[in-house]
Design a protein around this ligand. Structure first.
Ligand SMILES: Nc1ncnc2c1ncn2[C@@H]1O[C@H](COP(=O)(O)OP(=O)(O)OP(=O)(O)O)[C@@H](O)[C@H]1O
Length: 307
């Protein structure tokens, strides 16, 4: 059972602050590291895997510094996002090279075991250049698993995978988690994280925005104020009818857009309210579209509400 502790960690590159004073603890089981592009997920994972030293703060594995610690490296497997692979090698040679670098007693057998775990034996003698993105991902995974690490860190592992490959990898990660290993994977896709991890850590713009049970955090996201753009046959009459309901927090008449800008605080009630009120008042709805459904807006809401 291994725990990674990140304590007041920051990392900057020149004057770019990639990770800003983040503290979190990752224990056994599967944890999702969620955040939009550029949030600092890769930088965090690189620091956890001992690839990169923090500019300040500490990253420890069961209380021991990870950076420049060979013993810690033996316990960690990293599946990086970028494809730094030697294309002239076969899949088997690639995994074997890593087994040899780890100084394993029987590198050949270890490579074989790892390739079997990711179901890549059938293509192991083909050159890496001939692999699909999903196959490359699996060989990278085999290479990260070859020394049977207690901690597995995966940076956007589902990128480029087809649904079957994705399901297979999810099963594999679930199994590792159930075995008591510490598994952390990053993603910017909410649904992906939802399927796999109950516990999540959310980072936004280098900061730690939320931590805990996925469902609780998801509820927080759903319950946030929603903004809509609505056009109808009679905007003023519709506005008057909607403002009477407590699920509506604010309405603005936008003259340039010729539309209503509505802020709703009870998502489910509001989505049921609009068509009902329109029907009762004999108003025809032309447009009802969410104005802020981007993932970034959901995340920034989390940051402000977590403060
Ligand atoms: N080596 C580097 N030199 C300069 N800036 C960097 C470097 N690595 C990361 N950054 C910057 O740090 C910030 C965080 O990047 P990071 O790759 O950790 O985010 P991410 O959440 O993994 O995003 P993505 O999913 O897009 O890779 C970004 O602004 C990025 O441009």
């Amino acid at each position: 059972m291994t725990t990674i502790s990140i304590d007041q960690v920051s990392r900057w590159f020149g004057n770019v602050v990639a990770v800003n004073d983040v503290s979190m603890t990752i224990g056994p089981g599967v944890t999702g590291l969620l955040g939009p592009n550029g949030a600092g997920k890769s930088t965090l994972i690189h620091m956890m895997s001992g690839f990169l030293p923090p500019s300040s703060g500490s990253v420890t594995l069961d209380g021991v510094q990870v950076w420049k610690n060979q013993q810690a490296y033996r316990q960690i497997g990293l599946v990086p996002e970028r494809e730094a692979m030697y294309d002239f090698l076969t899949g088997q040679e690639f995994v074997l090279a890593n087994a040899e670098l780890h100084g394993l007693p029987d590198p050949g057998a270890a490579a074989q075991r790892a390739l079997a775990t990711v179901e890549m034996e059938y293509a192991q003698d083909r050159k890496v250049t001939t692999y699909s993105k999903g196959m490359r991902q699996r060989v990278k995974m085999a290479s990260a698993l070859v020394h049977e690490p207690d901690v597995l860190l995966l940076d956007e592992p589902f990128n480029g995978m087809d649904p079957r490959q994705r399901m297979h990898l999810m099963e594999l990660l679930r199994r590792f988690g159930a075995d008591g290993r510490t598994v952390l994977f990053s993603s910017h896709i909410l649904e992906e994280v939802e399927q796999l991890a109950r516990h999540i850590e959310v980072v936004v713009a280098g900061r730690h925005a939320a931590s805990g049970d996925f469902r609780k955090i998801r509820r927080l996201m759903t319950d946030r104020p929603h903004r809509y753009l609505v056009r109808s046959s009679d905007d003023r009459k519709l506005a008057a009818a909607l403002i009477a309901d407590p699920s509506t927090a604010g309405i603005e008449l936008d003259w340039t857009e010729k539309a209503l800008r509505i802020q709703a605080i009870d998502f489910y009630r509001f989505t049921e309210l609009v068509p009902r009120v329109a029907k009762e008042a004999g108003i025809r709805l032309h447009t009802v579209s969410p104005a802020d459904e981007s993932l970034e807006s959901v995340f920034s809401y989390l940051v402000t509400s977590a403060r």
